[in-house]
Structures are given as structure tokens and as C-alpha cells.
Design a binder for this molecule. Structure first.
Ligand code: MN
Length: 498
């Protein structure tokens, strides 16, 4: 463990030479003591876990307080340490962060499906409220929680299958969308890919097998393009770095499920994207010119300039699609190094500056970044304000659903369980996702309390209730005309044969 701890110290020294290394060392000793004799299910000493969580946070260049809180994050819950001791040894700020992480762990956003409706709904809303409150008090809690979840997902092999599936479902429902809302693209992608094989094992296998050829062929094109573009950019005096960005399996799968793509890999233009990194914003536009001069832009699809108009989570880049060397469409992403760092680490990227700030290094750049970090947080603050104003749980749930989750296709069951469906999914797709039996008993559907046709296209945030008939019926072959998930298609065909 000594080796790992030394590499933590080295890593921190690189971005924050003024960190309080004595205190970090003290926190590590405290954690080791609190977890003495404890082992994880893998057989490894427990203290490795908080150490690796701290290591992840140091990769995100977090401040000293966050690193210390990460080392201590399980000492109260699992290690039998007392809150007073943490306050006394490390101060109230660290104790508050540890509290926050401990409390979130106790919440499950998803009520047990078997619970009575009213209780489950209430619990669901309460948990959402608490989680938002903790987040709003100090966002560093969420970073620690995300790092904790990331390490747990990376080391899940020793857990029983049931627990693996439960953790993975939770990861897809809560933590990955949270990472996305905070703009931490890197973590979102990894969390989703770690959870994917447990929650959708068959689809995972299918995507993995079918994508091998598509990945290989895309990489050949990217290699050629990389050489040509680098050469031309250096002639223009732009020092650029070009990488090939492979699409994560989970987001590839989500794309393949879209009705307009329907598993046609040739239609996924960004399966491997060309990513050009340049020093200045003006270089981005020079690079765009070079790309379009070398490879014909695809008409009508057009370019997206997220530098001029950033995405709601703050993402900035220029995206364009061109015909590659062999006529295949290739996506090209152009951004500065700074934008790249932000896209990978999101709001976490802003935290590394806070220590620089407090030690008096305040320049225009920091001010600007601070302001944009504040903007990205506004949705959290808005929600917290709402939850104070809105006494009615029903109304609060509506607010959460329409804001926090609006960029994902989440639909809710009447008891508050969340289902992640592809765009264009219908109540029939929903029913089969909940349970095959439910699909085979469909008599009708209600969306947000009103009767809706079975081919209704669901929107994020809607509550879907499937009305059932007492006697099971054969699925209607007409449903195949409008369902979009493979699961529903498969089950309907199977049911028709019975
Ligand atoms: Mn933990």
C-alpha cells in the first residue's frame, strides 16, 4: 500500500505543489487504523479502496480537502470512527464532506418494486430531495461519490450477481446521468461501459461482436486522415495533436437502437471520430478550414459549432462530418486543449483552480472560468430553490423530471421506478421492458394519467401505466409496426407463436 500512497503524493505534487502533504499523510494513517483488519469481498485490505478513490480524485486534480475527505470517506460508516474525531483532527469542512458521502450512500433513488405505490413514490421523492440538498451544499461531495462509485464498479468482480446487477442499474439510472449533467464526459462513458454488460448482457455481447469490423475499418480511415491533416496544419503554423476517439460501447448501443439507424453500423458516423486539439480558439477555425479543404463536408448534415453555442452542460467543440478517404462518412471534432480538459472533467476541472485562487492567483481567466462553472451549477440551485418553495411532492417531482432529467429518455412507472428507453419508444416497448408478462397482458395504456394510444411516442419524464386484462392475450402482430426496442420485437414474435 505504501507504493500506492507514494504515487498519490507524487500525482498531487504535479498539479498542486503547495498541498498540505502532512495532513494528507495523517488522513491516510487515520483511515488505515479505522479499517484495520477489514477486507473487501475480493480479499484485498479495505484501506486500498479509499486510497484508490483518492487517486482517482487526484487524476481529476481536486483540492487537498477533497483528497483528505476521500481517504476518510468510509471511516464512519464502515470503520467505526467517530465524527467528533474527524472534526478534531481534520476540521469541520472535511467532516461535512464525509457526512455528505455517508448520507448519499444510504439513499436509493429507486423504491423497491414490491412496495406499496404511495410509500415507494414518497420515498423516491424524498431521496431525490436529500441528494439534491447534499449536492447543493458542496458539489465536492458528488465528485467523491462519483469516484467512489467508479472504483466500486471497476472492482465488482467478487460481488454476487444480484448485487452486480443492482449496482449497475443504479449506475445507469443515477450516477452516469449525474456525471453527464456535471459535464464529466470521461466518467460518464466509463461508468456506462462498466454497467452495460451486467444490465443488458445480450445486447452488450451483440454490440461487442458486431462492432469489431466497423471499428477496424474506421480506424484505417482515421489513420490516413490524421497524417494528411497534421501535415497541412503544420504548414499553416498550427501545432496540433490528433487522436482517434473510439465510441464507448454503451453510447454506441444507444445510437444503434435509434429507429433511423436500426443497427446499421454504416450510419454511425462517429464510431471512431477524429479529434483535433489545438492551442487557441482561432486555430479551431483554421483547422476546420483545413479539414473541409482536404475532405468534402457532407452536405445538409452540416457542422455544429458548440464553441459559438455551447451545449447546456457547458460542452464546447466544433463537430463536422466529412467524406473520408474511401468515401465513408467520418466525424471530426475540433477543440482547444482547455476545452478538451473541460469536456473530460467538466465541473471537476474548475475545482483544481480553487486553491490557486485562494492563494492569491486571480487573473481574468480564473474569473471567467469561475463564472461559467457557476452557470453550469444553476440547474442544481434552481431545483433546490424549488424544493424549498414547492410543498407539494407531486409538483416537485414534475420539476425534477422536466429539468434534471430532460436530456435523457427516462420514463417512470406509477411507483416511481425509472426506465431508460430509446427515443421513439412506445407504451408497448415500456411494458416489455418492465416484464414480459406485463407486455402479454396489455389492454391499454395511460400516460400521465390519461388514456394514450399504444403507439404513442413517449417523452422523457412521463409516467406510464399499463392497463392489463385479467386473461393473458396473444400479442397483437400490429404492434410490430411501431415498437422500436429489440426486446419488444422479440417478445411479441415469441408470444405470437404460442
Ligand atoms: Mn466507498
Amino acid at each position: 500500500m505504501k507504493k500506492e500512497f507514494n504515487s498519490l503524493i507524487e500525482q498531487i505534487r504535479q498539479y498542486n505543489p503547495k498541498a498540505d502533504f502532512e495532513k494528507i499523510k495523517k488522513a491516510w494513517e487515520f483511515a488505515k487504523l479505522a479499517h484495520t483488519g477489514q477486507k473487501r469481498l475480493s480479499g484485498e485490505a479495505f484501506a486500498f479502496h479509499p486510497l484508490r478513490v483518492a487517486l482517482i480524485l487526484s487524476e481529476w486534480k481536486m483540492d487537498t480537502i477533497t483528497i483528505i475527505a476521500a481517504l476518510l470517506h468510509d471511516t464512519i460508516e464502515d470503520g467505526g470512527a467517530k465524527r467528533e474525531d474527524i472534526v478534531q483532527e481534520f476540521g469541520e469542512e472535511v467532516a461535512l464532506l464525509v457526512d455528505g458521502v455517508t448520507k448519499i450512500t444510504g439513499y436509493r433513488l429507486k423504491g423497491p418494486p414490491s412496495a406499496r405505490q404511495a410509500i415507494a413514490q414518497e420515498q423516491f421523492i424524498e431521496n431525490l430531495r436529500k441528494m439534491l440538498l447534499v449536492m447543493a451544499r458542496d458539489l465536492r461531495v458528488v465528485f467523491i461519490k462519483l469516484a467512489d462509485r467508479l472504483h466500486n464498479m471497476r472492482t465488482m468482480a467478487a460481488l454476487p450477481l444480484e448485487k452486480q446487477i443492482q449496482n449497475s442499474t443504479e449506475t445507469l439510472e443515477i450516477y452516469a446521468p449525474l456525471a453527464e449533467r456535471l459535464g464529466i464526459g470521461k466518467v460518464k462513458g466509463e461508468l456506462e461501459d462498466l454497467a452495460f454488460p451486467y444490465v443488458y448482457p445480450e445486447d452488450y455481447k451483440k454490440v461487442k461482436e458486431l462492432s469489431v469490423k466497423a471499428f477496424r475499418s474506421a480506424e484505417v480511415d482515421i489513420d490516413t486522415m490524421k497524417k494528411n491533416i497534421l501535415l497541412k496544419l503544420s504548414k499553416q503554423g498550427v501545432k496540433a495533436e490528433i487522436h482517434a476517439r473510439k465510441k464507448h460501447f454503451y453510447s454506441l448501443w444507444k445510437k444503434l437502437l435509434r429507429p433511423e439507424i436500426d443497427w446499421d453500423f454504416d450510419k454511425v458516423h462517429d464510431i471512431v471520430a477524429l479529434r483535433i486539439l489545438v492551442p487557441e480558439i482561432s486555430d479551431c477555425y483554421v483547422a476546420l478550414g483545413v479539414v473541409h479543404n482536404t475532405y468534402k463536408p457532407v452536405p445538409r448534415i452540416g457542422i455544429s459549432d458548440y464553441i459559438a453555442q455551447p451545449k447546456p452542460n457547458g460542452y464546447r467543440s466544433i463537430h463536422t462530418k466529412v467524406f473520408g478517404p474511401r468515401g465513408r462518412i467520418v466525424e471530426v471534432q475540433i477543440r482547444t486543449y482547455e476545452m478538451h480538459n473541460e469536456a473530460e472533467l467538466g465541473l471537476a476541472a474548475h475545482w483544481s483552480y480553487s486553491e490557486a485562487k485562494s492563494s492569491g492567483v486571480a487573473d481574468e481567466k480564473l474569473e471567467k472560468e469561475g463564472a461559467s462553472a457557476g452557470n453550469k451549477l444553476s440547474w442544481v440551485r434552481e431545483l433546490v430553490n424549488w424544493q424549498k418553495e414547492i410543498a407539494d411532492s407531486e409538483e416537485f417531482l414534475q420539476a425534477v423530471k422536466f429539468d434534471a432529467l430532460k436530456h435523457r429518455n427516462f420514463v417512470f412507472s406509477p411507483i416511481g421506478d425509472v426506465y431508460d428507453l430509446p427515443a421513439g419508444a412506445t407504451p408497448v416497448d415500456f411494458a416489455y421492458m418492465v416484464h414480459t408478462k406485463l407486455g402479454n397482458h396489455i389492454a391499454g395504456a395511460k400516460v400521465d394519467g390519461k388514456i394514450a394510444p399504444l403507439d404513442y411516442k413517449l417523452k422523457s419524464g412521463q409516467v406510464v401505466e399499463i392497463l392489463t386484462s385479467k386473461n393473458p392475450k396473444k400479442p397483437n402482430s400490429d404492434w410490430l409496426e411501431f415498437v422500436i426496442t429489440n426486446l419488444a420485437k422479440r417478445e411479441i414474435r415469441k408470444g405470437m407463436l404460442q
